[in-house]
Design a binder for this molecule. Structure first.
Ligand code: GA4
Length: 326
């Protein structure tokens, strides 16, 4: 295996983080076919902002195919991959995350689910790869849109959200501003056992994110007490994270989960994350059915476009939700 990335240096010393618990947290497991799933999802979103989905119905060979095609892309020469970069934010990127100086031990492809919005970079990615990659990505995005809508429909039912489909419609409509990120954290030989930041701590700005990875560890989530815990990898399941937009719309009842990826392994990590976002013009504010009578919502109203533009100007670890606070 050729090492594609140069080592990057970081100020934050993740090796000696006294707050990182050695034992993994018991992540709530939601069986999507279980009639009680909606109650369990709401509990998990309130307590952790994070859960694992099993019995999701996505055909296993689609997962294998996408993983194989993504691995083939990342195995291309750097000069070929760079034809699909630099990210604008879509396209191929390596080491640099966003435009505010964040770095990571990572290379990635970011694709907009709304093709016509990022036509050039999407085309450039797929020009470097066989047609099958594009077909697999498109089918996968459809599946992820379906899973995100299903999770949000369950939330709507359990919380008796009015108007009906308020949340799930946002990710179903063709204007939804969703994206797919394929992250490759190359294996590390040297120095042994030194943890490196793959993807620095952050919360996702969107509604919900669905993550699937190969069987390599690295993902950590932050608990309410500020401690970090490792999430054991499970390549046949999906991990769902609550994003900032869902925190605002539920008036803070759900919490967006801070998470990060650390790499210290000789095995490379590959993860695919679908970020389900609302249409750009959608007004994001607490849903009135979740704001107690005689009280005001905790957050003011912003369009997704306003919040997203603000996010893209910030650093990964910044507390972005402050923009919504009254
Ligand atoms: C985090 C979630 C998604 O990966 C992402 C990221 C985006 C990017 O990589 O360009 C951001 C980050 C993410 C939030 C703050 C800004 C924008 C990098 C960054 C420093 C695609 C997204 O939507 O927001």
């Amino acid at each position: 295996m050729v090492l594609l990335l140069q080592p990057v240096t970081f100020n934050s010393d993740v090796n000696v983080n006294p707050k990182c618990k050695p034992s993994p947290v018991p992540v709530p497991v939601i069986d999507l076919t279980n009639p009680d799933a909606k109650t369990d999802i709401v509990k998990a979103c309130e307590e952790l902002g994070f859960f694992k989905v099993v019995n999701h119905g996505v055909r296993p060979d689609l997962l294998t195919q996408l993983e194989e095609e993504a691995n083939k892309f990342f195995a291309l020469s750097l000069s070929l991959k760079e034809k699909a970069g630099p990210p604008d934010p879509f396209g191929y990127g390596s080491k640099r995350i966003g435009s505010s100086g964040d770095m990571g031990w990572i290379e990635y492809i970011l694709l907009n689910a709304n093709h016509h919005l990022s036509f050039t970079k999407t085309t450039a990615v797929f020009q470097q790869a066989p047609a099958i990659f594009r077909e697999v990505v498109e089918e996968y995005m459809e599946e992820m849109k379906g899973m995100a809508s299903k999770v949000l429909e369950m939330v709507e039912e359990e919380l008796s959200i009015e108007p009906k489909e308020k949340l799930s419609k946002l990710v179903k409509v063709k204007e939804s501003d969703s994206c797919l990120r394929m992250n490759h954290y190359p294996e590390k030989e040297e120095p042994p056992d030194k943890e490196e930041i793959g993807f620095g701590e952050h919360t996702d700005p969107q509604l919900v994110s669905m993550l699937r990875s190969n069987d390599t560890e690295g993902l950590q989530i932050c608990l309410k007490d500020g401690s970090w815990v490792s999430v054991p990898p499970d390549h046949s399941s999906f991990f769902v994270s609550v994003g900032d937009t869902l925190q605002v719309m539920t008036n803070g009842r759900f919490k967006s989960v801070r998470h990060r990826v650390l790499t210290n392994t000789k095995r490379s990590r590959l993860s695919m994350i679908y970020f389900a976002g609302p249409p750009l013009t959608e007004k994001i504010a607490p849903m009135s059915c979740l704001v107690p009578e005689q009280e005001e919502g905790l957050y003011k109203e912003l369009t997704w476009s306003q919040y997203k533009s603000y996010c893209y100007k910030t650093k990964l670890g910044d507390y972005r939700l402050g923009l919504f606070e009254k």
